[in-house]
Structure formats: structure tokens, C-alpha cells
Design a binder for this molecule. Structure first.
Ligand code: DSN
Length: 478
């Protein structure tokens, strides 16, 4: 019988759930088993602490709290106020920001809050002012049309998707691409790096209202001081989406010109990637945008999730502990060791390496598409995701890249030596996989050929690598 508190807490929770719907309890247990056994290299995932996970499973889930502290649309929010204030305080202290809004349910929601705040701050639009003054449910169709007309001409300049930018930075499949007239800046074709002169040139030509920096698949640092100078030179609001690298900012790996908080007008983030908290988002800003940001719910967000805000408070408190800086440093050391291990074995990496938590392999060098490589690695116990590379010949669905990241394995305690072994396993799978053919005999972008015996062998090696680094070692589900 387990005696420690974590085992008792999780076992008891599963027992209670099992009494109602055993299949859910089984799925939760199976998820832990799967996460324990696989080499998780998805750059946007991590393992939250037991305290963070436990903070989400409680009575806060039952409470509505639209609005924000001091301006709620519901009574009885005093305890929600406590956790929201704590999460905001930890976020302000951790990042050195004057204002933090911790309600966004995701990074996409955090970006929406930021976009609306910027529009409300910058655009003289009667329909927008009317919308801001009312509850979103009270807006008529005519209000929405007027809003669309007034905002249709506003411009956003962000990093292109294939250079590593994010869908929410003004691209068509996302609402941001409908809210804004968008143009992208790419990277230098020779180096794969952001070319600040070209960004400045694009900004001069396009005159955006919003300049966005931030990425989900760019393996380098961005100089936010230079980006702010570019924004100022054209009168743009400078927004940074640090969803991927927030943990590196929190852990003081990205400082000075590479810390977005002192340079940007507004910063958005997720809380679950390198920051290692619950799934969710947050927004940081100065006093000029604070009031508009705080109107995020109900303007663009559904009711806040107080149980997740409680978990954000716990995770942000953890990130303020001195050991978080060592964790953040190790994430980057591990990514660099992984990159070096892959390069030594002949892989092609976008930009030739990494300064952050992620590495982007161009798998065309192995004769594969990203989709083929992703599946072959998954068969071998290595969980990654396919991703476009700059000027990707295979488009955004099949892609030519594999994105790998180290935040999760670093949480388990793996270090640079284990990263070299990981590089060996990845290279072995990719170099032993070949492209398959479709039913009509032509080359397929999805089918692949990999000897199942090799996939099994690599899976076993991956599992052996992890045995020295147990996940949630104090949690025994029995
Ligand atoms: N899905 C996140 C990522 O993997 O980068 C971004 O939305």
C-alpha cells in the first residue's frame, strides 16, 4: 500500500472515478503508462508537477467568474479572486511585468485577448467602442458587421508559418487572419535566420498596426530590442508570443535583448510548454493596455476556469523557485546536445543548430517527408511532430521537417549524455526508413517502409534509456 501523499491522492481519485465510469479511470491510468514509456520529444509538451495537476481537480471547476477581480458578472467569487490574484502576482514577479492577466484558456485565447486590446487601444472605431462597452451576447448582427468594416483594414506583420511562425499570427485558417490584413516576414534562405533588415523593410512598406514576434518552430533566439525599434519606427504596437520559450524567460536563460518583457508593449504565453504548468495562457502588459486586456472575458473568452487559474498559481510559484533556472538552462543544453548528436551523424538541421528548446530536422536529407518520419519514429517509441521547414516543398500537411524539443525529457532528468543516445535512436530510425509507394505505384508522401524488428528494437532501447528517469516516481497506481 503506498504511503506517500501523491500516490494516495491519485489512487484515491481514480478509485472515485472508477466507481462512476471505470473506462475513464482506465484511460487516465493508461495515459500515465504511455507517457512513462515513450520518449516524449514534442517541443510544446511537458509534465506538470503533481501539485499543479491536483490543483485542477476540485470545486473551483464549478464556479462561474466572468469579468475579473473587482468587476465580476457573478456573485460569490471571493475564492476565485484569491487564486486569480495569486496567479497574477506570481506571473508579474516571475517575468517582471507590471500587469498580468491569467484567464486565457490557451495560447490562442491569449493572443485573441491581446489583439482585441490592441485594436481597442489603437483604432478609433465607434462599433468597437460599443462592443467593448457591452456584454458580447448583447451585440447585434449589425454591430458585428460594423465592427468588421471598421477593423478590416488593420494590418499585422508576423513571422511566416514555414519559417516557424504561428497560425494565430494572422494566418487564414485562424480568426486572426480574418481580423487583420496580414503580411509575413520570413527567414534568410541561406542561414534560416531572421533578417532584421528585411523585417524593417517589410514594416516600412506595409506600415502594420501590430508587429508580432514569436514562433513555434524557430530554433533560435530573437532580438526583441531590435524588433521593438522596428515597431517604433513605423508606429506599430509590438507584441511577442512567448508561448514556446516562456520557461527560458522565466529561468533567465533569455535575458537582455532576448527577454521580450522589457521590450514589447504586450506579451502572450501558454503556461504548459517550457513553463511546465497547466494547459492555459496568460497576457503580460504595461498600464496602457491593462484595462483592455482585463476585458478579455467576456469580450473574447468564455468564463474563466478557476481550477486552472489555481493550477497556474501553483506552477508559477514553482517557476519562481531557484531550481527552475537550472531546469531552464538544462533544457537548452539538452537541445544543443541533441542537435550536435544529430549533426555528427549527418542530419540536416534548419539554421544548423539551436539556441533554445527545439531542433528542426529537415528530413528530406533522409529521403522522407515529415509525415513519414513522424510515423516511423512513433512506431519506434519516439513521439515527435512533423513540421514545415522554410520554403517547404511538401506543404503544411506532409511537410519536410520533424520538430523535436527537450522540455519534457529534461523534466524527467535526462541530460546531455542521454541526448546523444536519443540522437542515435532518431538517426537510426530515419536512416533505416524509406519512402513507400501508393496504390497506383507512384511515390507516396505518407507511406513508408521500416522493418518492424528495427522499430521494436529502438522502442526497447528508448524504454531502457528512460528506466533511470522514472516519471512521477512517487505516484504508484498499483
Ligand atoms: N500546438 C502548439 C505547438 O505545438 O507549437 C502551438 O499551438
Amino acid at each position: 500500500m503506498p504511503r506517500n501523499a501523491e500516490s494516495i491522492a491519485f489512487r484515491s481519485a481514480l478509485e472515485v472515478i472508477r466507481g462512476v465510469e471505470p473506462r475513464v479511470a482506465d484511460a487516465i491510468g493508461a495515459e500515465l503508462a504511455d507517457q512513462r514509456e515513450s520518449l516524449k520529444l514534442i517541443a510544446s509538451e511537458n509534465y506538470a508537477s503533481p501539485a499543479t495537476l491536483l490543483a485542477m481537480g476540485n470545486w473551483f471547476s464549478d464556479k462561474y467568474a466572468e469579468g475579473t477581480i473587482g468587476r465580476r458578472f457573478y456573485a460569490g467569487c471571493q475564492n476565485v479572486d484569491t487564486v486569480e490574484a495569486l496567479a497574477a502576482e506570481h506571473a508579474r514577479e516571475l517575468f517582471g511585468a507590471s500587469h498580468a492577466y491569467v484567464q486565457p484558456h490557451s495560447g490562442i485565447d491569449a493572443n485573441l485577448v491581446a489583439f482585441w486590446a490592441i485594436l481597442a487601444d489603437r483604432v478609433e472605431a465607434p462599433a468597437l467602442q460599443r462592443a467593448q462597452a457591452r456584454h458580447v451576447n448583447d451585440l447585434t448582427e449589425a454591430d458585428w458587421f460594423a465592427l468588421r468594416r471598421e477593423l478590416g483594414d488593420q494590418r499585422m506583420l508576423g513571422m511566416s508559418l514555414d519559417a516557424g511562425g504561428h497560425l494565430t499570427h494572422g494566418f487564414r485558417p485562424n480568426i486572426s487572419g480574418k481580423m487583420f490584413d496580414q503580411r509575413s516576414y520570413g527567414t534568410d534562405p541561406a542561414t534560416g535566420l531572421v533578417d532584421y533588415d528585411r523585417v524593417a523593410e517589410a514594416a516600412r512598406e506595409f506600415r502594420p498596426l501590430v508587429l508580432v514576434a514569436g514562433y513555434s518552430a524557430y530554433p533560435r533566439k530573437i532580438n526583441f530590442r531590435i524588433m521593438r525599434e522596428i515597431a517604433d519606427s513605423v508606429g506599430a504596437t509590438f507584441m511577442v508570443d512567448m508561448a514556446h520559450f516562456a520557461g527560458l524567460v522565466a529561468g533567465k536563460v533569455f535575458t537582455g535583448d532576448f527577454d521580450p518583457v522589457p521590450h514589447a508593449h504586450i506579451v502572450t504565453s501558454t503556461t504548459h510548454k517550457s513553463l511546465r504548468g497547466p494547459r492555459g495562457g496568460l497576457v503580460l502588459c504595461g498600464p496602457e493596455l491593462a484595462d483592455q486586456v482585463d476585458r478579455g472575458c467576456p469580450m473574447v473568452l468564455g468564463g474563466p476556469l478557476p481550477h486552472v487559474m489555481a493550477a497556474k498559481a501553483v506552477a508559477l510559484a514553482e517557476a519562481r523557485r531557484p531550481d527552475f533556472a537550472g531546469y531552464a538552462r538544462q533544457i537548452v543544453d539538452n537541445a544543443q546536445a541533441l542537435a550536435e548528436g544529430l549533426l555528427r551523424r549527418g542530419a540536416t538541421l534548419v539554421t544548423g543548430g539551436t539556441d533554445n528548446h527545439l531542433v528542426l530536422i529537415d528530413v528530406t536529407g533522409y529521403g522522407l517527408t515529415g509525415r513519414q518520419a513522424e510515423q516511423a519514429l512513433l512506431d519506434s517509441g519516439i513521439v515527435t511532430n512533423r513540421n514545415a521547414v522554410p520554403q517547404d516543398p511538401n506543404g503544411a500537411w506532409y511537410t519536410s521537417g520533424i520538430r523535436i524539443g527537450t522540455p519534457a525529457l529534461t523534466t524527467r532528468g535526462l541530460g546531455t549524455a542521454e541526448m546523444d543516445t536519443t540522437a542515435e535512436l532518431i538517426h537510426t530510425v530515419l536512416s533505416q526508413t524509406s519512402a513507400g509507394v501508393g496504390p497506383d505505384g507512384t511515390a507516396s508522401k505518407a507511406k513508408y517502409v521500416l522493418d518492424p524488428a528495427l522499430a521494436d528494437k529502438v522502442s526497447r532501447q528508448a524504454s531502457e534509456l528512460l528506466t533511470g528517469f522514472p516519471l512521477y516516481p512517487d505516484v504508484e497506481l498499483g
